[in-house]
Design a protein around this ligand. Structure first.
Ligand code: HEM
Length: 161
């Protein structure tokens, strides 16, 4: 069962770097950037940070997803998707799906351009929206980490027992 243990290690590494990064951007970088006096500098700095982080987030999202699906496959856990007791497996998959769509589809296709156009016209309002969305994603992700840990480590309520 070493393969599952290795997949679990990679899964948790992926989650740590990915959700840790989301937390850093949400709780430290965004509030600091919003205090910049010059709106142009604010947009340029935030775009530079998000651009760099987006590549890390893409890589860690892939790593987390691949290792997660591998654990499901190797242990034959697919029927968990049909059980409400395993809602935390649904939550993990939903969080992964949301980030995958944002990072691989919406961001390159349209979010980046939307942010640049809107933040240039209305920096204050745009940063407020961006911060609210980051807080929403961070909150859902942290609740998911908490529930998944309890589920994976045998708390009865999370395993339909
Ligand atoms: C495609 C998406 C995902 C799949 C298929 C998946 C699948 C799994 C599986 C099968 C386990 C082991 C459960 C067990 O031992 O009973 C697990 C553990 C875990 N997952 Fe995921 N996961 C996914 C995404 C995520 C995401 C997005 C997060 C965080 C937001 C996350 C956080 C965790 C945590 C914290 C554990 C517990 C690790 C441990 O200590 O054993 N997973 N996941």
């Amino acid at each position: 069962m070493d393969d599952v243990a290795i997949a679990r290690g990679l899964h948790v590494l992926g989650v740590v770097v990915w959700i840790g990064g989301v937390s850093m951007v949400t709780t430290v970088i965004l509030p600091a950037v919003r205090r910049f006096k010059n709106p142009q500098e604010r947009v340029a700095f935030f775009e530079a940070v998000e651009n760099r982080f987006a590549w890390q987030a893409r890589f860690t999202t892939l790593l987390t997803g691949l290792s997660g699906f591998y654990m499901m496959y190797a242990q034959g856990l697919w029927e968990r998707y049909t059980s409400a007791a395993y809602f935390w497996v649904h939550m993990m998959t939903a969080v992964w799906l949301i980030f995958t769509i944002v990072l691989f589809v919406l961001e390159p296709l349209f979010l980046h351009k939307w942010f640049h156009r809107r933040a240039t016209a209305d920096p204050e309002g745009t940063f407020r929206i961006v911060q609210t969305l980051h807080w929403a994603l961070l909150t859902v992700s942290l609740v998911t980490v908490f529930a998944s840990l309890l589920g994976a480590h045998g708390v009865e309520f999370f395993r339909g027992q």
